[in-house]
Design a binder for this molecule. Structure first.
Ligand SMILES: [Zn+2]
Length: 164
């Protein structure tokens, strides 16, 4: 599975591109980039959940990758977004759209990094379609590359000030 930083940086970078080239700043306020970035780490909530679970139950069960890394949550957030959308509550619709996007990108990243088997939880299909490229070993370099690309993009557009 990818590094925490990769999960956040990649989502921020992608949403930022959408903000610049597709939606525009008015329709896509900056906080949505932050919300999406945090949601990009969302599925790994099962790491602290494991600590809490093990603390209270003294079990050694590792919840990581068991259920939060499921397309189910992506669809759930998408449905919530669509409900807000249908009621013309666009602020909350957009928030849940970017949460859904961030969550989805996390699943894709983890899959590209070597995969896991609970993509369809609670259904019991084994998801063996994730490639085994061994890029896990280059996780730190990939972080650096994504960060550099984002900084170059921001600099080229002289919008780095605009982010802070
Ligand atoms: Zn993960």
């Amino acid at each position: 599975m990818a590094n925490s930083v990769t999960h956040i940086i990649l989502v921020i970078f992608l949403l930022d591109l959408f903000r610049h080239y597709v939606f525009g700043k008015e329709k896509f306020p900056r906080y949505l980039v932050v919300v999406g970035g945090i949601a990009g780490l969302g599925p790994d909530i099962d790491v602290p959940l494991t600590w809490i679970y093990q603390f209270f139950t003294s079990s050694t069960t590792d919840l990581h990758g068991l259920f939060t890394h499921s397309i189910f949550f992506v669809l759930l957030f998408l449905i919530i977004a669509a409900l807000f959308h249908s009621r013309n509550s666009m602020k909350w619709a957009k928030i849940f759209y970017v949460i859904s996007a961030g969550w989805f990108i996390h699943l894709i990243l983890d899959c590209l990094y070597g995969g896991y088997k609970t993509f369809f939880w609670p259904l019991q299909y084994a998801s063996s379609f994730c490639p085994q490229w061994g890029i896990q070993g280059h996780a730190v370099e990939i972080d650096a590359i994504i960060l550099v690309l984002w900084l170059i993009h921001e600099e080229v557009h002289q919008k780095i000030k605009d982010y802070f």
